[in-house]
Design a protein around this ligand. Structure first.
Ligand SMILES: Cc1cc2nc3c(=O)[nH]c(=O)nc-3n(C[C@H](O)[C@H](O)[C@H](O)COP(=O)(O)O)c2cc1C
Length: 154
């Protein structure tokens, strides 16, 4: 099993680390080639980078580094924050970078309150040959028991 995580401000990373703790999975962090600064993430500014990317469905921010031997993983859990109700566009870059055919996938997220369903549908559409399990939203403060419950349920 592999846990993959993009986290701009650390919340999803904290959840991902707990999932790694309860599963013993390998871990890969999606690091943007161009890191997001505070002003890039200032969503009250219409023109900030994150908002511009989310408004552009063709935006594919690039990722620094890559997963070696993706073939060895049967299950990949994919973590991300919610930006404007959905996955950050860099997650679409990630989905399009590998062949997930035949693998079992599930996404999880942290958010201020928005749910995960739109993101799950969007990610699924980019890897239709994978077997998708139910995704799960966590609050940034979720504890390991919540991770364990989710893992057990899938
Ligand atoms: C550009 C941007 C847009 C966001 N949009 C939403 C949203 O639509 N709904 C929501 O509940 N939270 C939203 N948030 C809050 C994040 O989802 C939340 O803080 C998340 O835990 C951040 O995860 P991270 O620390 O791993 O980056 C947004 C944050 C940013 C930076």
């Amino acid at each position: 099993m592999l846990v993959v995580c993009f986290s701009a401000t650390g919340n999803t990373k904290a959840v991902s680390e707990k999932i790694v703790e309860v599963t013993g999975a390998d871990y890969f962090e999606i690091i943007p080639t161009e890191p997001y600064s505070e002003s890039d993430l200032n969503y009250s500014d219409d023109g900030c980078r994150a908002n511009r990317e989310q408004q552009d469905e063709t935006a594919r921010p690039s990722i620094s580094g890559n997963i070696e031997n993706i073939e060895q993983y049967e299950v990949v859990l994919i973590g991300h924050p919610i930006w404007w109700g959905m996955e950050p566009r860099i997650m679409d870059t990630f989905m399009e970078s590998y062949d997930f055919s035949g693998k079992t996938l599930a996404n999880f997220c942290t958010s201020g309150g928005s749910g995960i369903n739109t993101s799950t549908e969007n990610l699924k559409a980019l890897s239709t040959e994978a077997n998708w399990l139910d995704g799960k939203r966590f609050s940034g403060r979720a504890d390991t028991d919540e991770m364990q419950t989710w893992i057990d349920s899938i």
